[in-house]
Design a protein around this ligand. Structure first.
Ligand code: HEC
Ligand code: HEC
Ligand code: HEC
Ligand code: HEC
Ligand code: HEC
Length: 211
């Protein structure tokens, strides 16, 4: 190969590398999938996305990035539990959807979930089989810990974005205790929307405080 050809090849490979990196950064950080019909581009969906869609009313300025649809397709169990919750049944205009409480997956993560749990590749049992015993005994407690740690870290920001400070009934005895003990919402209000799993540490703390 002549030097000119080699140079040309390097330029092309460099260009491809650049585009790959740029796309990765885009899909992992910036992309926002806001069309519920994206999923239907490749396969059927079974649930009405409006039942769990993001509600922009409480915090109009900060609509989240990532995959905002398809929650119920991949999380059938948690969706069913949500539907039975007071939050879902509320008729208020601040009724939350899944992404009001949860940070959505980015596009790359969602795509990985879609393909690596495929029976074709031979990895099964993960999130797509949420009613299995493995889900109840292992997967759910692991994911609950992840979600709860997030709420502890953010001082339950998702909750207070919607339940504004001045609208919470601070006269409730439990809320007086919450103030005095500097406790964050999730420390008492866990297993509120989903069946969830035990949280012995916080259960003991609540019992000690008489809540
Ligand atoms: C670019 C095409 C494409 C798009 C867009 C797409 N999917 Fe998929 N999805 C696939 C393919 C291919 C599979 C693997 C099917 C298999 O191997 O069984 C899959 C598998 C799945 C599965 C697992 C099905 C099973 O085997 O139980 C779920 C759930 C799923 N997708 C949900 C979604 C959701 C929700 C969206 C929208 C956010 C979406 N998909 C968008 C192509 C796509
Ligand atoms: C394509 C499938 C798919 C879609 C669409 C999807 N999820 Fe997930 N989600 C998963 C899988 C798989 C896991 C488990 C990840 C693991 O093993 O850590 C997960 C984990 C989670 C967790 C546990 C905490 C965490 O960050 O891992 C939450 C909460 C969650 N998803 C919420 C949502 C919400 C809300 C939506 C819709 C905005 C959504 N998911 C859409 C597949 C999906
Ligand atoms: C986007 C808005 C929104 C978000 C986010 C939200 N809530 Fe709510 N919450 C509501 C609405 C609406 C109701 C129902 C009020 C009604 O209909 O009277 C409610 C009801 C409640 C109730 C009383 C009913 C019950 O189920 O016991 C509690 C407690 C509560 N929320 C705590 C929380 C906590 C803790 C979080 C965070 C994990 C949270 N909320 C996140 C809007 C929200
Ligand atoms: C120390 C425990 C504790 C903490 C921390 C706590 N709560 Fe509560 N909360 C309670 C108890 C107990 C009730 C009464 C439940 C009942 O009787 O149904 C309650 C009731 C509520 C209600 C329904 C009554 C009402 O005010 O309309 C809402 C909404 C609520 N809490 C939101 C929050 C939010 C938001 C936070 C965080 C800023 C929070 N709570 C922190 C224990 C707590
Ligand atoms: C009001 C806030 C709120 C809403 C709305 C909500 N979640 Fe959750 N979710 C939580 C909290 C808090 C946890 C941690 C477990 C617990 O304490 O309940 C959790 C846990 C989860 C988990 C971990 C495994 C499990 O089942 O416990 C998944 C997956 C999940 N949520 C998906 C969803 C999906 C999908 C929707 C919408 C259909 C949704 N959530 C709606 C607050 C919420």
């Amino acid at each position: 190969m002549s030097t000119n050809n080699k140079k040309g090849l390097l330029v092309i490979l460099g260009g491809i590398g650049f585009v790959v990196i740029l796309s990765y950064v885009y899909f992992a950080h910036v992309a926002k999938i806001t069309s519920p019909f994206l999923c239907e581009f490749c396969h059927n969906t079974y649930y009405d996305y409006r039942e769990y869609a993001y509600n922009p009313k409480p915090t109009p300025a900060s609509s989240p990035r990532g995959v905002l649809f398809g929650c119920a397709e991949c999380h059938r169990g948690p969706f069913r539990e949500f539907k039975n919750s007071d939050h879902s049944k509320s008729e208020k205009d601040t009724r939350p959807g899944c992404p009001n409480c949860h940070k959505p997956h980015n596009v790359i993560t969602a795509a990985r979930f879609m393909f690596t749990t495929s029976p074709l590749i031979g990895i099964t049992g993960d999130a797509m089989q949420m009613d299995s015993r493995a889900w109840d005994s292992k997967m759910k407690p692991r994911l609950d810990k992840k979600v709860r740690d997030g709420f502890l870290k953010s001082n339950s920001k998702a909750c207070t974005d919607c339940h504004k400070e001045k609208e919470v009934d601070w006269d409730l005895e439990a809320h007086q205790i919450a103030k005095k003990e500097k406790m964050t919402c999730i420390e008492c209000h866990f297993n509120l929307v989903h069946k969830g799993s035990p949280w012995p540490e916080k259960e003991e703390k609540k019992e000690k405080l008489g809540i």
